[in-house]
Design a protein around this ligand. Sequence first.
Ligand SMILES: Nc1ncnc2c1ncn2[C@@H]1O[C@H](COP(=O)(O)OP(=O)(O)OP(=O)(O)O)[C@@H](O)[C@H]1O
Ligand SMILES: [Mg+2]
Length: 237
Amino acid sequence: MTRDAENPPILEVSGLDAFYGPAQAVFGVSFTVRPGEAVALVGRNGAGKSTTLKAIIGLIERQAAGLIFSGHDIRAMPTHAVARLGLGYVPEERRIFTDLTVAENLEVGRLPVRGGRDAWTPARLYEIFPNLAMMAGRSAGRMSGGEQQMLAIARTLMGNPDAVLLDEPSEGLSPLIVEQMAVAIQRMQQDGLAIVLSEQNVAFAAEIATRAVLLESGVVTFDGPMADLLQRDHDAG
Ligand SMILES: Nc1ncnc2c1ncn2[C@@H]1O[C@H](COP(=O)(O)OP(=O)(O)OP(=O)(O)O)[C@@H](O)[C@H]1O
Ligand SMILES: [Mg+2]
């Protein structure tokens, strides 16, 4: 048996169309993600990266030939039901409770484990996000953008997802924090999580993802090894 046959996709997106009212923003997008794999959705401003993620979890109107997560057809499922199946989502605008402390924010994210994996606990999360550990009692509104972004991801992990959609996790972060973020996401992946990363920052995406899906004007124009995409960009000058 091939390696792929032993590790079937946890998320299969095929022919995904997404709409804002009458305007279609994403056209026939297809890609798959396997457990423990990190796939980067890359592309310029307005290419459709965020739209693709929102459409997968049902935050905007979508149609698809197929949209399967963990063996379930999620095309008609509301967002909260998709989350309960184990698909986490961290939006571009960090959704955290600014009046609550770091530790309280983590508790809000807690969901039962679906089996197989060890449950995430604050202690385990503080290991991969060390700067959150140092401010567990601080109110989240009094943290930097990068720290809030880490908290948003950590809170999503408290839901014990099997896959996470991360929308521009490196956006607006200082170089030092970007590096810490890359390490944290690598550790999530090592834990067996499937990761879909939307990124304009290809250098950051390449640190994490082995596969890249390039979106241009809402259409996939490349799907393959990240190394091939980098080589192509390099050849094009
Ligand atoms: N709320 C909205 N209503 C209408 N159109 C929208 C909305 N959000 C995005 N769009 C349009 O959908 C297209 C895709 O936008 P999207 O936000 O998915 O791009 P993106 O690849 O995430 O870009 P960025 O790198 O800037 O985050 C764009 O043409 C954008 O103008
Ligand atoms: Mg976006």
